[in-house]
Design a binder for this molecule. Structure first.
Ligand code: NAD
Length: 359
């Protein structure tokens, strides 16, 4: 069977790593018809829109996409295209496995965690009020009236909505994921001691849903600051973590650090019927076009995609090939060598070729 898949190369290092992933996926023998579409700055230049309608149309039609990272200007400029895609398609579950591979230098061996991050709300909802604007001053006055709290009039405000329904579906997703993948424990991560009505709601929902899985999957809760320390001290004590959007974003980079860096951290954004696969890392603009960065995170995102497509054998073949190349640590990019200027490091293309040769 041929799978129709949307391919978004992205920008920065995106086009290089997606091309590497595409070649590796094709080398497994799985038949794929790629439909390439552009989003982000290039789309803005060509079509006057950072997220042209044909991008979402293509993903909706094909139901599966492989996506490179897309740059978001910091502080000013357009909002994240990455977040917009997740929100527009209601890809509510971000799944980010953090798994140690032998040969990858890191402080730990045998880390095997899965981060399940809520993708649709929290401070990422994009509800923001700019400092000094009339509506912001109005909102500040309303808050003063209803909450009887003073907010400085020269403040900007970002809103953090967390709902029972979105919490319920992500927590259920985490428990179902644990069951399907033979995982033993789900840890809900929060800051409910401070944010009682948002993180508190998330936590209470987790406690309720956990009861339905009692005896099948263990449940535990952790405050996000303490979780950060625990993960650094004892990462092997954890299994599946479920988190609201912002903590999920931060903790997934921390977990990438536990397994040797962003170069080996894959991810998926999953909704009811649609899934978009992308690495945890961003567009790393300083390395763009240099054939330098590690394609493994994107290739391993391809492995997740193949599993999602029920191409289990091809997924396993590709993951084994990546594992072998990482273990040999010969044909790998600079970030996987003992020093960053190691002359034996290879480029993005060459590492992908080495992986293909092991399939
Ligand atoms: P980044 O992940 O792009 O890069 C941070 C650093 O990590 C790089 O400088 C590099 O040293 C290292 N790195 C990242 N990917 C690597 C790889 N494949 N191989 C080797 N080393 C790698 O994070 P950033 O600098 O914070 O973000 C750059 C841009 O990417 C920003 O505009 C940001 O908004 C965007 N971004 C996009 C996504 C996405 O598309 N989903 C995710 C995160 C960041």
């Amino acid at each position: 069977m041929t799978h129709n898949i949307t391919l978004i190369p992205g920008d920065g290092i995106g086009p290089e790593v997606t091309l590497a992933a595409r070649k590796c996926i094709e080398a497994t023998g799985v038949k794929i018809e790629w439909e390439e579409v552009i989003a982000g700055e290039e789309a803005l230049k060509k079509h006057g829109d950072i997220l042209p309608p044909n991008v979402l149309e293509s993903i909706k039609r094909n139901q599966v996409a492989l996506k490179g990272p897309i740059t978001t200007p910091i502080g000013t400029g357009f909002r994240s295209v990455n977040v917009a895609i997740r929100q527009a398609l209601d890809l509510y579950a971000c799944v980010r496995p953090a798994k140690s591979y032998p040969g990858v230098r890191s402080l730990y061996k045998d880390v095997d965690l899965v981060i399940i991050r809520e993708n649709s709300e929290d401070l990422y909802a994009g509800i923001e009020f700019e400092e000094g604007k009339a509506e912001t001053l109005n909102l500040i006055a309303q808050i003063r009236k209803y909450a009887q709290k003073n907010i400085r009039t020269d403040s900007g405000i970002s809103i953090k909505p967390i709902s029972r329904s979105a919490s319920e579906r992500i927590i259920r997703f985490a428990f179902e994921y644990a069951l399907e993948n033979n995982r033993k424990k789900v840890t809900a991560v929060h800051k409910a001691n401070i944010m009682k009505f948002t993180d508190g709601l998330f936590l209470n929902t987790a406690r309720e849903i956990a009861k339905e899985y009692a005896g099948k999957v263990a449940f535990e809760e952790a405050i996000v600051d303490n979780m950060s320390m625990q993960l650094v001290q004892r990462p092997r004590n954890y299994d599946v973590l479920v988190l609201p959007n912002l903590y999920g974003d931060i903790i997934s980079d921390l977990c990438a650090g536990l397994i040797g860096g962003l170069g080996v951290a894959p991810g998926a954004n999953i909704g009811e019927k649609i899934a978009v696969f992308e690495a945890v890392h961003g567009a790393a603009p300083k390395y763009a076009g240099q054939n330098k960065v590690n394609p493994a995170a994107m290739i391993l995102s391809g492995v997740l995609m193949l599993r999602y497509l029920r191409e289990g054998a091809a997924a396993q073949k590709l993951e084994n090939a990546v594992r072998q190349v990482l273990q040999e640590a010969k044909s790998v990019t600079y970030d996987l060598k003992p020093s960053r200027d190691d002359p034996t490091s290879v480029g993005t293309r060459e590492m992908a070729e080495a992986i293909i040769s092991k399939i």
